[in-house]
Write a protein that binds this ligand. Structure first.
Ligand code: CAA
Length: 287
């Protein structure tokens, strides 16, 4: 049973807005923090739309939906959220930015507050160097998209993460209705160490003409029970994100097998990033 009453969620993008909604639906208050007011508005609209849809489908009562929405406060600065008793950073995947944010997190929140990051590939041990002697309360709390639906939280221990921080993170993930799985801090952790080479291999299969993209996906959906084919999933995640994670794996693990497929690199270079740009492997412009 977690004692967390209020989470601060830094970043109101896809992952941050999903984490705040999941908290609110689990009875935990949330500060949704972003420097961009447009991003905060998008998060608020996503929250309202998702909750309204649940009411329409009779999965939630109107009072419960209203109560969940009322649990989220949208703020533009960490200072306005300093009463939170947990903080999870879900900002852009950039190590320097994250370290800067962690310094601000250390200054803004109480000394007992766990400083979690939703990074999908950056070293927890490295991020923790930003807070010096407070590294024991830094931990990876890796959610999956779409956060309200996906059951896993990958809990990643950095070299200095304490047992107490890990225990509290497992408790909170469970209170959020997720199943936590604890892993150690190696590039890509487990999820992306395994998933990204699989996606990358699907690009090689396409590039080599083994099959058309839709057929590669159909094989994996019907033959392996994937909910989405790997190429559709790559568009959903973002081709730039997939490419960047492969580069992290390649750099950190030093094995040529992790080098991104040239076709994946080309699509990213040409601006075909997936769902978010309207076209990636597949075309979403008419959707
Ligand atoms: N937020 C909230 N609810 C959502 C949602 C979202 N973003 N997207 C879909 N839903 C809801 C829908 O409203 C729908 O609700 P109802 O049943 O009440 O209508 C329900 O979820 C099912 O949606 P759909 O019918 O549209 O779609 P589906 O049944 O095909 O499921 C899916 C969609 C869950 C995304 C499924 O295709 C899936 O599991 N795909 C794989 C996702 C995956 O692998 N995610 C991990 C990516 S890797 C990652 O995140 C980490 C990283 O580091 C890169």
């Amino acid at each position: 049973m977690s004692t967390v009453k209020c989470m601060a969620v830094i970043g109101a993008g896809t992952m941050g807005s999903g984490i705040a909604l999941t908290a609110a639906q689990s009875g935990i208050s949330a500060f949704q923090i972003d420097v961009s007011s447009a991003q905060l508005e998008r998060a608020r609209a996503y929250h309202a739309k998702t909750l309204n849809r649940a009411v329409e489908k009779q999965k939630l009562t109107r009072p419960d939906a209203d109560a969940a929405l009322a649990r989220i406060q949208y703020v533009s600065a960490m200072g306005a959220a300093s009463s939170a008793d947990w903080v999870v950073e879900a900002a852009t995947e950039n190590g320097d930015l994250k370290k800067k944010l962690f310094q601000e997190m250390k200054a803004s929140f109480g000394s007992e507050v766990v400083l979690a990051t939703n990074t999908s590939s950056i070293s927890i041990t490295d991020i923790a160097t930003a807070v010096g002697s407070d590294a024991s309360r830094v931990i990876g709390m890796h959610f999956f998209n779409p956060v309200p639906l996906m059951k896993l939280v990958e809990v990643i221990r950095g070299l200095a993460t304490s047992d107490e921080t890990t225990r509290r993170t497992i408790e909170l993930a469970t209170a959020l209705g997720k199943t936590p799985v604890t892993v150690n801090d190696r590039a890509g952790f487990v999820s992306n160490r395994v998933l990204m080479p699989l996606i990358n291999e699907a690009f090689f299969a396409w590039m080599e003409g083994v099959a058309k993209p839709e057929d590669i996906d159909e094989v994996m959906k019907l033959g392996c029970n994937f909910p989405m084919g790997p190429l559709r999933l790559a568009d959903f995640i973002g081709l730039d994100v997939c490419h960047d994670i492969m580069m992290v794996l390649h750099r950190e693990l030093g094995n040529p097998k992790f080098f991104p497929c040239p076709l994946l690199r080309q699509l990213v270079q040409s601006g075909r990033l997936g769902d978010k740009s309207g076209r990636g492997v597949f075309d979403y412009s008419t959707r």
